[in-house]
Design a protein around this ligand. Sequence first.
Ligand SMILES: C[S@@+](CC[C@H](N)C(=O)[O-])C[C@H]1O[C@@H](n2cnc3c(N)ncnc32)[C@H](O)[C@@H]1O
Length: 270
Amino acid sequence: MSGIETHYSADDIETRVLAAIRAAGLDPGIRLSPTELAALDHFHTGGFRASLVLRDLAKVQATDRVLDIGAGLAGPARMLAATPGCQVECIDLSRDYCVAASLLNRLTGLEDRIAVKVGSALDIPYPADSFDVVWMQNVGMNINNKQRLYEEIRRVLKPGGRFAFQEMVAGDSAATCFPLPWATDPADNSLVTAAEMSAVLRRCGFEEAYFADVSEEPLPPPAEGTPEAVAQAPLSLSVYVDDLALKADNAARSLRERQIRLFRGVFRVN
Ligand SMILES: C[S@@+](CC[C@H](N)C(=O)[O-])C[C@H]1O[C@@H](n2cnc3c(N)ncnc32)[C@H](O)[C@@H]1O
């Protein structure tokens, strides 16, 4: 397993997720809604709210076929499959996360609208011109070869398709606080500046529709309370993310010290 796959592994994830659902007072035998699971399955800055903002910015429609790259437990995919109701394909490097994503798709009754595959963003397992929207939240930070990544996204998008993403980019100085939520150590932290990212996207045939620094946006954490309280809530990323409070704290400090910035973007294939 690569360092990244180890970082995103979680033994017995199905058992852990089911126990957390019960501990939160929910019955996994009765159909769950994507919003009930939001504190568990949106593994990115700003959680569910940030996914809603990106959905509206990218104007995702019910008729769109969407690819979610690095989909994690597929919380954002279930949000899109529920409203506006599109068909979503998910790929992720982590076998454990794919197992949990499939479980949660079944528990929410959305398995007919969402497919989950183990796969790499650098070798996307779909033919050219397959998707109206490629969606990616807090994944590019793990991918060093941006050129290959954006060429692959460009390849699978239909003409006129949109690439909707949010991710951390490099700030004014190198990141020093580890572990971060996406990287145990600097070797897996592949950040470029916003200007570098935009230049590679243009080189790969994309045109900017929206690209903004949203680091100061007042998005709430996935649940109310201190980082420790959030990490200890039954439905939290800590069900499958080790040392969540420390990682979240390091990310907040890195943002405050401008070592990293949060960007959101929508680029079109021209
Ligand atoms: C911070 S999580 C975000 C998960 C999900 N996008 C979300 O917002 O809930 C990053 C995810 O990217 C996946 N990932 C990292 N590098 C990848 C790659 N090269 N190809 C596919 N998935 C990757 C990880 O396995 C992990 O699930």
